[in-house]
Design a protein around this ligand. Structure first.
Ligand SMILES: *[C@@H]1O[C@H](CO)[C@@H](O)[C@H](O)[C@H]1NC(C)=O
Ligand SMILES: *[C@@H]1O[C@H](CO)[C@@H](O)[C@H](O)[C@H]1NC(C)=O
Length: 335
């Protein structure tokens, strides 16, 4: 079976190879497949995406991506970079990596999950090894929770046994029915094997708005006392965060033994974004759409956003989220 797929891979890629590679290299490659079964995985994974084999994560590349695309999040950036690159380079992790990302909408949680996925798999969120679950989409009915639990366990078991380096992203954790997430608890724990399968190389990322108020309070305190937001330390938000998430009935983590049992490796806070960060998001988006940066449009889009608290108007209430659709409006008008 594997040989057949390898041969297929070679067939698929033969035309471009013929164009770009000298015949002798092609001959060697062919000989490689036909004679040495050992070289099969490397060659095969060159053609199609493979589970955890395509490339090793580059810490520098990840850092560069985060620096260029994620704004106003010095804490999240640092935690993510260390956690993900440390985990990937560890040949024998004792448990899967579990990240819990918290913050207001539009502050970059989904964006960061996307970046992580892209640095591990070429296909990013579309990869066969990356799985996104959205609470209101995949698990909408409270009455079906038992069924969801079974289904979720089956999916995770099935996918991890096919690929140990699977990534699972749970969006809208705050809307996840209490208890559902407990169903995946055994997979997150320090077990070598669960029913013969090791989950230790998998990555679980949980996204939620829970704790956003607390994070905002901390950021606002710093702002009001004239301190730089970059002076905010992880410990300024971390403690408050895990307590508020745990105690919040609507957080989806409520009564969840994930926190109880310290199965979450990192709570990652996303700070509310200021006016200047919005402008950075807008500029990057303009460039990525192939336009010159137009300061006038940048300012006009940023000024359309709403800010809180009412009197001081420091933070954007939607982060960078609606900035992109607002930008559409300006360019549609110009056409
Ligand atoms: C939810 O459960 C009900 C009965 O328990 C069943 O009829 C229905 O098909 C289920 N919905 C989904 C989406 O599975
Ligand atoms: C893997 O997860 C997806 C959901 O993302 C599910 O549809 C699929 O059936 C799972 N595969 C296995 C082998 O369980």
């Amino acid at each position: 079976m594997k040989l057949v797929r390898a041969a297929l891979g070679l067939l698929l890629l033969a035309p471009p190879l013929v164009q770009t590679v000298e015949p002798i290299s092609l001959g060697l490659a062919l000989a490689g497949v036909l004679t040495g079964y050992i070289s099969y995985p490397r060659l095969y994974c060159f053609f199609t995406e493979c589970c955890g084999q395509k490339r090793s994560l580059s810490r520098e590349a990840l850092q560069k991506d985060l620096d260029n695309k994620l704004f106003g999040q010095h804490l999240a950036k640092k935690v993510i970079l260390n956690a993900v690159s440390g985990f990937i380079s560890n040949p024998k992790p004792k448990k899967p990596l579990t990240l819990s990302l918290h913050g207001w909408t539009g502050t970059g949680k989904n964006f960061v999950s996307k970046i992580i996925a892209e640095h591990i798999y070429e296909g990013g969120l579309n990869s066969d090894y990356v799985h996104l679950f959205v609470a209101t989409l995949h698990f909408p009915h409270a009455s079906n929770i038992t069924q969801y639990k079974d289904q979720l366990q089956q999916w995770i078991r099935g996918n991890v046994s096919a690929c140990a380096r699977s990534i699972f992203i749970f969006d809208e954790m705050d809307k996840m029915h209490a208890g559902l997430i407990d169903a995946i608890k055994p997979f997150l724990d320090y077990y070598d094997l669960v029913d013969g399968i090791s989950y230790q190389k998998a990555i679980f990322i949980f996204l939620s708005n829970a704790g956003a108020e607390r994070i905002t309070d901390v950021a606002l305190d710093f702002w009001r006392s004239g301190k730089q937001r970059e002076e905010i330390k992880l410990r300024d938000v971390e403690q408050a965060l895990s307590v508020s998430v745990f105690n919040n009935k609507n957080s989806g983590f409520w009564h969840s033994s994930l926190i109880d049992r310290n199965l979450i490796d990192y709570f990652v806070p996303f700070l509310p974004l200021e006016y200047k960060h919005l402008k950075m998001c807008i500029k990057v988006e303009m460039k990525s759409r192939g336009y010159e940066v137009d300061e006038d449009i940048v300012n006009r889009v940023a000024e359309e956003m709403t800010f809180f608290p009412k009197e001081e108007r420091v933070f954007s209430d939607k982060g960078c989220k609606t900035v992109y659709t607002k930008l559409d409006y300006y360019y549609d008008e110009d056409d």
